[in-house]
Every structure is written in C-alpha cells, then in structure tokens.
Design a protein around this ligand. Structure first.
Ligand SMILES: *Cc1c(COP(=O)(O)O)cnc(C)c1O
Length: 363
C-alpha cells in the first residue's frame, strides 16, 4: 500500500510496519483471545507488554540505573504543572525561554513556584539559542527548565547545557517531547526529561517521564497522588490505570527502532534528512528558514514562502503530490515540515522535489 507522506507536527506519522503489526494483533494479541485494549493492566499479558516496552526504552535511550522511567498521562502540558508540583518545593524555578513551548511552561509553573527567566530569545523572534554562559541562573533554583526542541519555532539544542560547569547545582529539566529518540541524550546533564508520545514515540495519550531517583519524594502537598512521581515510580506506573494501548503501540515503535539500528542510527538518518531539506530551502529564492544555523531543529522545519500569496496554492499542490499537513502553526504562519523518525528519506526527497518544482513553475 502506497500511503502519502505525512509531515504533521503531532500527532504524527507512525512507522507503517508498526501500524501493520498492530492491525494484525487487533482482535487477538498473540493467541490470548483479547485485543490489547481489552486486557487488565494487572494481567500477565499486559505486564509482559509493559515490561518489554520499559526495558526496550531503557536500552534505546541508554537511561542509567539511577533514573526511573514513568509512563504517565496528561501530555506535555500537564507536565508543565506536574514538574513544578514535584520539584519546585514552592521556591524559585529558572526558565530559559526559546519559543512557544518554554513560554507556555513558565506561565503554568507560576502557579507552583516563583519563576525567574534566566534567558530568552524573544528579542530574536525565537530564532536563536541564548548562550548558556550568559544565562542569569539563580543561586537557589529548584530546577532549570528548557525545551530542548521547540516544535513550533524549530529551534533545537544540539548539546544540552552543562549546568555544573556553569556553577549551578540545580537539576536540568528538559521538555524533549518533539525530539525524544531522534538522538542520544547526555543523561549526566539531566535531572528530569518529559515528553508526550505523539511526536516521535507513538499515539497520543502516553506521556514519558525519565527522572533521577534523588529528585523523588519532595512533591508539594497539593500534588495529586496520580501525578506524584514517587507514587508513580513506587507502583511501576500502575498506581492508576496507565494508557495501556498507547504503551503497547509505543512498545512496537521501540522494537522498530531497535530493528533500525537504535538511536545512533536514527540520528544519522535524521541528520541526513534535515541536511537535505535545509539545503533545498537555503538554495532557493522562494523559501526561507529563519532559524540560526547552530540551532536548527532536525525534527521540525518551519519555512516561509517569500510571496505569501502563494501559500494556498503551495499547500493544495503538495496534497495532490501526497505530501500532507505542511501548514505552519497558526501562531507563526507559513509552512512546517516535521520529519520525525518515522519519516523516511524518500519522504523528504519527495518534499524537496516538490519544493523545487513549485518554485520553478511559480516564479
Ligand atoms: C506537543 C508538545 C507539547 C504539548 O503536548 P500535549 O501532549 O499537547 O500536552 C509540549 N511540549 C512540546 C515541546 C511539544 O512539542
């Protein structure tokens, strides 16, 4: 079956192999007589699915033993409240604002702590990364929050900041929703990472949290039990019913990632895909990506047509070529191509061919 290439920012394209496998398992998972959706989360079948997914993710992301992997619900936005409820201790929280998502995170955190903006790229229209050496970090912050890949603005940290080297003892919290599993993570620099699954791991409904053990057990009294990381960790993510089907689907994605050669192999592919697309944009007279070269996202590539009156024709022509969901986020306009793990190089090549064809025929 020849499916179109789907450039959605999220919920995003899934590997076709994974969808085929899920379809095969739909009515009867491995001779159990049940769909995964119909299983008790405490039954042996689902526990096996959960344990495999958990172990595969730990292996893929090379998560050290002193970190807990939690499968939660609520998405990235709920984590904007859950993180401060668990880690702020009601005190100061440092934020580095680099685009729409980190901006949203600090707004929500104000309900649970005293927010200090340590750095911001707002003056550069969210198209640069403030140098960590120039961040105004607090001496007593509960944690420092960054969004390691800004899905809307297309800004990505290619190296995580080393807070210790900056004289800061606070743990680093990263919102890695939109680039998790696209590249390795340097866990020595991270206290907690969170992300919704629907960009790069699986369907919506599952939220991944990876948290260093020593950060557990300091939640504010108002923190709901189901969102208290220690409670969730003590119950192997089964304090309440976890998003069972989403965990199963993410588990299939993890196995697919292992068959692809793991995260290092995905990173090499993602580099090649991003280079192909950025080169095409940079060498054109019609299209433009405005993000600084040192922080261009490999996952989310926003671009603009210099003649915006062509936007509708561009999108209509793209759909006709089987290139879906290229419209940019409403807050920034223009176009955006999200090229997560599940987007093959051929999909990016098809987009580049279309970009060049459209430019030739329209200018
Ligand atoms: C999509 C996204 C979110 C929001 O996730 P929800 O699941 O909609 O709550 C948060 N942060 C980033 C970086 C995202 O890309």
């Amino acid at each position: 079956m020849n499916r179109p290439f789907n450039f959605s920012a999220g919920p995003a394209a899934m590997p076709q192999e994974v969808l085929t496998e899920a379809a095969k398992d739909m009515l009867d998972w491995h001779g159990s007589g049940m769909s995964v959706m119909e299983m008790s989360h405490r039954g042996k079948e689902f526990i096996a699915i959960y344990e495999q997914a958990h172990a595969d993710l730990r292996e893929l992301l090379a998560v050290p033993d002193n970190f807990k992997i939690l499968f939660m619900q609520g998405g990235g936005l709920a984590e904007n409240a859950i993180v401060p409820m668990n880690l702020s201790r009601g005190g100061v929280i440092d934020f580095v604002v680099t685009g729409s998502w980190s901006l949203k995170s600090q707004q929500e955190a104000r309900k649970y702590g005293t927010v200090h903006i340590a750095a911001s790229n707002a003056a550069d229209d969210h198209a640069t990364l403030p140098e960590p050496a120039h961040w105004q970090l607090s001496s007593n912050a509960g944690y420092v929050h960054i969004c390691s890949n800004e899905t809307i603005n297309g800004v990505e940290y290619h190296t995580l900041p080393d807070l210790k080297a900056l004289g800061c003892e606070a743990p680093l919290v990263i919102d890695f929703s939109s680039h998790v599993a696209s590249r390795p993570v340097d866990w020595s620099r991270v206290g907690l990472a969170f992300g919704g699954a629907q960009k790069n791991l699986g369907p919506a409904g599952l939220t991944l949290v990876v948290v260093r053990e020593d950060l557990l057990g300091q939640a504010l009294p108002i923190c709901p039990s189901a969102f208290n990381y220690k409670t969730v960790a003590d119950h192997q993510s089964m304090y309440n019913t976890p998003p069972t089907y989403a965990i199963y689907m993410a588990g299939l994605v993890f196995q697919w990632l292992k068959r692809q050669g793991g995260i290092a192999a995905m990173e090499a592919r993602n580099q090649a895909k991003a280079a192909l697309l950025y080169d095409a944009l940079d060498s054109s007279q019609l299209y433009q990506n405005k993000v600084a070269l040192n922080c261009r996202s490999r996952m989310n590539v926003p671009f603009f047509l210099r003649d915006e009156s062509l936007n509708e024709a561009f999108l209509t022509g793209a759909r006709a070529q089987g290139l879906l969901q290229l419209k940019g986020h409403k807050s920034v306009g223009g176009m955006r191509a999200s090229i997560y793990n599940a987007m093959p190089l051929e999909g990016v090549q098809a987009l580049v061919d279309y970009l060049q064809h459209f430019e030739k025929t329209r200018s």
